[in-house]
Design a binder for this molecule. Sequence first.
Ligand code: 13P
Ligand code: SF4
Length: 442
Amino acid sequence: MSITVVPAPTFSDPSVDHAIQAIVSGASTDATCSTDLAAGPWDFDSRPGYGPGSSMGDVIPTGAPRQGELPIEYRDATEDELDARIRAAKEALGDRVVILGHFYQREEVVRHADYVGDSFQLATAAKGRPDAEAIVFCGVHFMAETADLLSRPDQAVILPNLAAGCSMADMADIDQVEDCWEQLEDVLGALDQVDADGRVPVIPVTYMNSSAAIKGFVGRHGGIVCTSSNAQTVLEWAFERGRRVLFFPDQHLGRNTAKAMGVPLEQMPMWNPRRALGGSTAEEIADSRVILWHGFCSVHRRFTVAQIDQARAQNPAVRVIMHPECPMEVVDAADEAGSTEYIRRAIDAATQPTSFAIGTEINLVRRLAAQYPQHDISCLDPVVCPCSTMYRIHPGYLAWVLEELVAGRGPNRITVADDVAEPARLALERMLAAKPPVSGAR
Ligand code: 13P
Ligand code: SF4
């Protein structure tokens, strides 16, 4: 593994890669959660115990897609060489291609994106470019699947590195969810039985961060998709139609949202798929309002109340904003909580120089700090710890897929099978009809 020695970057440099390279080379005294990230994804994905679909330290799910070896010319190229190759390929492709970049992507990738936004905004952004033959999705697997569901059938959605999964999405697999549904039926009776109020026993709700198979399951069982920007609206929709909700995969988004709506914690049992009845009693399930799947985001669970206390001790006027994927006690201790787009808008709307301590992924926080120099914007987690699955979209992979497209080939196409796509689209359409989330990031 070759390490480039670079000077310690300032916070006006949004590049997380530069920050990690500086830590590893000793030019910076900051800490990172994994020095492995200084290498290319082709290096760290080749190790046992760490690979496709997993974040640092998570177990690799069986069946996670595998990325073929990236040709050596892309692995060996410098940052500047890759930048030039990406620009040239993009220029050659013109309107035939649209590049989408998630807020959590590396700076070296985001700078080439035609649209930058949250997972929902990007899924629908493709609709604004019906002329584009290829949608190069610089995000993670479930986002590319959603773009495939919402784009025209003849548009190819391409994920530059197939190993860019989401460990949270992988925490709910379709077999476990089907099994859970059967167990709920044993306790609650026929799940399609409507009561005197016109409600069924349970409505399944899945966070956007889930596989297309789970979205399809939800669509087939009268359920709906939500994002972190519309979770409350979606839960209201579900409670109009069901006596309770089965929410997956993110326990924290489910708990934080339901709690804000007044659902008592005692009525939110957790469903651990490795235990009978998810680890609850039949009485707890019968008395529940929201059953929370045992999933979480490895990045957002790093945030703690102690970090908030420290930020406030340093500056009592600091404005603390957390993403709702963070644990409940952390969200409760913050001033505000909201989606990535909420955080961006809150900063954009601040008219006076403000000190912000943000609880979300570091690539977005560093970019906001560089974009809004009038504010003092920092990440609550002092350790540089990006979403390592997003981080797999290295500019080398972007250069490779674009040059393949120039050559008339279309690698890494993400396609959702028709039998899954139809109900998954239904679940997404129910969400769009419930209330469109905030739009337009750039
Ligand atoms: P958004 O829906 O805000 O884009 O978040 C996606 C995500 O993965 C957050 O961890
Ligand atoms: Fe998944 Fe967390 Fe990464 Fe979002 S930040 S893509 S939830 S692992």
